[in-house]
Design a protein around this ligand. Structure first.
Ligand code: NAD
Length: 464
């Protein structure tokens, strides 16, 4: 007799193999919207934009709804491909990220018309498309960003050409193909979203310079943000962060410890909004550390911290091979063996330690002791480095929260929750994977990708 557990194991294995087969099949197919040459991709997107311009808001919404459906159906395939190709992050968390994008990225409802009516008639300001947008996407949330940008840019009436990170080109182009199939299924034009097979610095530069690309959107590190901002075109820059989390003596310490480790370890710390360093006031420092130590973490001693520093920041440069890796894998490289349930590496450091000041994007969390809230705010502001990106606080003191918020001046501030609440996961509000701090658009959505057009009718249509 075959036992029930054996049957379950067989079913699981068959489903796993079917999943793999799906990935293979879709990758072998001709990928829609994926071109050999950047010139051809842009030309195709331009043609698609012209067709799209004659379509209605209802059409846009229908295409978007099909993209949402396809994303939900492919969430696991995309998550597995992303982890496999980039070697970064966690499949289960990437599934959640794709589901979040599918459900909470705003569509056409985000577009608002302004109107003035008075003695001199009626004036409207409407949110119009730019045309073809050039979007540069990261390796850390590759397909999530492509799907999120596509929904927002299409909702605003644009076509989009992507220049994905070369290290994530397979999953990125899989997403581009999926989006095209969804749009075509819903009766839309081909190539509203395009990309190229072999993205590189050269192809990105060609896209940036192309006269038919009217708006640039860069999601990535400081280098690419600087490049698009020097392009002479309208550009939206979503750059690096290094989010500090402050904990004061009024916080719910148990909850703060759990929230911090949940946020910090989500997708192995890849999200730019994730907790990167903790600054705790002296009065609760020990209690917080004790609670954090109950969260499936491994705390290093001073010697081990210095070993880890040599590994992670070799000659002061970030060791990219360790970005997004499991805590266990990182620890193994400094000769420490731990079980699979260890999800974070804890280091007690001073405020100037490189683990505090550098954006590591790995499940390594430095904890710094501050004398009081003023001292904690000072250290956090220094660690955030004026990125104006994201910061967190655990506190029940409104004055402390307000002072921190004013001083740190970030685009996102999360209070008493894990970092991902800031992008609508376990918190109110819409989601985005492009947070434009440097250029000030904030959490981008459809309206970000529009240009304002005024239409004036003098001496008429005021009907009162
Ligand atoms: P990255 O800067 O290495 O790459 C991002 C994109 O820029 C890629 O497409 C890459 O090919 C391109 N690029 C980089 N340098 C270039 C150059 N010199 N010329 C042409 N193209 C270039 O970033 P990453 O490692 O993929 O992603 C992580 C970084 O992105 C982190 O700093 C993270 O904070 C940031 N990020 C920010 C946001 C946000 O919304 N603000 C979101 C995700 C990631």
């Amino acid at each position: 007799m075959v036992k029930e557990e054996q049957i379950e194991a067989i079913v699981r294995e068959v489903l796993r193999r079917i999943d793999r087969e799906d990935i293979k099949l879709n990758e072998d197919k001709h990928q829609l919207g994926v071109f050999d040459k950047m010139e051809d991709a842009i030309e195709a997107a331009k043609d698609a934009f012209e067709k799209f311009s004659n379509m209605t808001l209802e059409d846009r919404e229908r295409f978007i709804s099909e993209i949402r459906k396809a994303t939900l159906e492919n969430a696991r395939v995309l998550a597995e491909m992303g982890v496999k190709e980039t070697g970064m992050g966690k499949v289960e968390h990437k599934v959640l990220k794709h589901q979040l994008v599918a459900k909470k990225t705003p569509g056409t409802e985000d577009l608002k018309t302004q109107a003035w009516s008075g003695d001199k008639g009626l004036t409207l300001v409407e949110m119009a498309p730019f045309g073809v947008i050039g979007a540069i996407t990261p390796s850390t949330n590759p397909s999530e960003t492509i799907i999120c940008n596509s929904i927002g840019m299409i909702a605003a009436g644009n076509a989009v050409v992507f220049s994905p990170h070369p290290g994530a080109k397979r999953v990125s182009n899989f997403a581009v193909d999926m989006i095209n199939r969804a749009i075509i299924k819903a009766g839309g034009p081909e190539n509203l979203v395009v990309s190229i097979k072999e993205p590189s610095i050269n192809t990105t530069n060609a896209m940036i310079k192309h006269p038919d690309v009217k708006l640039l959107v860069a999601t990535g590190g400081p280098e690419i943000v600087k490049i698009v901002l020097s392009s002479g075109k309208k550009a939206i820059g979503a750059g690096a962060g290094n989010p500090p989390v402050v904990v004061d003596e009024t916080a719910d310490i148990k909850k703060a410890a759990k929230d911090i480790i949940d946020g910090c370890t989500f997708d192995n710390n890849l999200p730019c909004i994730a907790e990167k360093e903790v600054i705790a006031v002296e009065r609760i420092y020990r209690d917080l550390l004790d609670e954090i130590l109950k969260q499936g973490v491994y705390k290093l001693n001073a010697l081990q911290i210095s070993k880890l520093e040599n590994l992670v920041l070799m000659d002061g440069k970030l060791n990219k091979k360790l970005v997004g890796k499991d805590a266990k894998v990182i620890l193994d490289q400094i000769g420490i063996n731990v079980s699979d349930d260890i999800r974070c590496i804890i280091c007690e450091t001073d405020e100037d330690h490189p683990f505090v000041m550098e954006e590591l994007m790995m499940p390594i969390l430095p904890i710094v002791k501050a004398k009081n809230i003023d001292d904690a705010i000072r250290i956090a502001v220094k660690a955030e480095k004026n990125n104006r990106h994201t910061a967190h606080i655990h506190s029940k003191n409104i004055d402390n929260i307000t002072r921190y918020a004013k001083a740190i001046n970030t685009t996102i501030l999360v209070k008493n929750a894990p970092s991902y609440a800031g992008i609508g996961f376990g918190g109110e509000g819409f989601t985005t994977f492009t947070i434009a701090g440097p250029t000030g658009e904030g959490l981008t959505s459809a309206r970000t990708f529009t240009r304002m057009r005024r239409c004036v009718l003098a001496d008429g249509l005021r009907i009162i």
